[in-house]
Design a protein around this ligand. Structure first.
Ligand code: DGL
Length: 297
């Protein structure tokens, strides 16, 4: 990151416009958090499409329509770049959005695939994602595009989205308890059973790397890691995606001015803005002052 910024010192101009980030709900905040960490001067406009969450069981064509609509809305708010911080939306609409929107657009599948290829030693990689993402085959293609010798085992784990959205938002205590592999957090036995059912078959495939192919899943790291075991490396796209943002803006001379205080804005299509504010702050690990409701339906 520093390299990009030092390098940028020689590039004329800076762009203080915000970066647009969106997801079907809270999950994309795991990506926003990494962008804010890597690029602390950048302002973000985050939209959680909670009213239409989950995206996973919907058709790719429908989700593609959401991506076009939200992309247009973000462009209307003056963003200089868009990060589709949702794997389902990336699989459904990234290419279309790149063709139609006037700003650079990236998704999270390619960064996650890259991180998995770097991590695997035995070249057996598992992917867990929503039904739409698995059916799109986006991860298998992205991973095998980098290394065609890797065997990819994909499973849809749709109930993890609901567990992340509903279960954890009800829970007391710091979010770190759920996201850290070292935690001894109490996880409801029902969640444990669901996780076992989903993940045992993958364990038997002798994978050494598991892609958390949904931006909600890093919120369940303790649960997932507990079932697959410590010898399996868990991959999330967030850090790698943040690195891509830095690189793209750096190359275009479009990073924000150095030393500048960012101004983040948060929006949800859901009815409960206060809940989004409270839970969102925990996921983002930054205070969120206010959340505005936006009607897109
Ligand atoms: N967070 C989204 C993803 O990365 C999807 C969750 C959902 O809405 O189904 O796929």
């Amino acid at each position: 990151m520093d390299t990009t910024q030092t390098h940028l010192g020689s590039v004329a101009g800076a762009d203080n416009a915000p970066i647009g980030v969106f997801d079907s709900g809270f999950g994309g905040l795991t990506v926003a958090r990494e962008i804010a960490k890597a690029l602390p001067e950048e302002s973000l406009v985050y939209l959680g499409d909670s009213a239409r969450c989950p995206y996973g069981p919907r058709s790719l064509a429908e989700v593609d329509g959401f991506v076009q609509q939200i992309g247009g809305w973000l462009v209307g708010r003056g963003v200089k770049m868009i990060v589709i911080a949702c794997n389902t939306a990336t699989a459904a609409g990234l290419a279309h959005a790149q063709r139609t929107l006037p700003v650079p657009v990236i998704g999270v599948v390619e960064p996650g695939a890259r991180a998995a290829v770097h991590a695997t030693r035995n070249r057996r990689v598992g992917v867990i994602a929503t039904k739409a993402t698995v059916e799109s085959d986006a991860y298998t293609r992205a991973i095998r595009h980098i290394d065609a010798g890797i065997t990819v085992f994909s499973t849809a784990t749709p109930r993890f989205v609901e567990i992340a959205e509903q279960g954890i938002r009800m829970a007391e205590g710091p979010i770190e308890n759920y996201t850290s592999l070292a935690s001894k957090v109490y996880i409801r036995p029902a969640f444990q059973e669901i996780a076992k059912e989903y993940l045992e078959p993958l364990r038997r495939c002798d994978i050494d790397t598991l892609v958390l192919g949904c931006t909600h899943f890093p919120l369940l790291k303790a649960l997932i890691g507990g079932v697959v075991g410590r010898e399996v490396t868990l991959i999330s796209s967030a850090k790698e995606a943040a690195r891509d943002v830095a690189e793209i803006l750096g190359r275009r001379g479009a990073l924000a001015e150095r030393g500048r205080a960012p101004r983040h804005e948060f929006f949800t299509t859901g009815a409960d803005t206060e809940e989004f504010r409270a839970f969102g702050s925990r996921v983002l690990r930054l205070p969120i002052a206010s959340v505005e409701r936006v009607g897109l339906e």
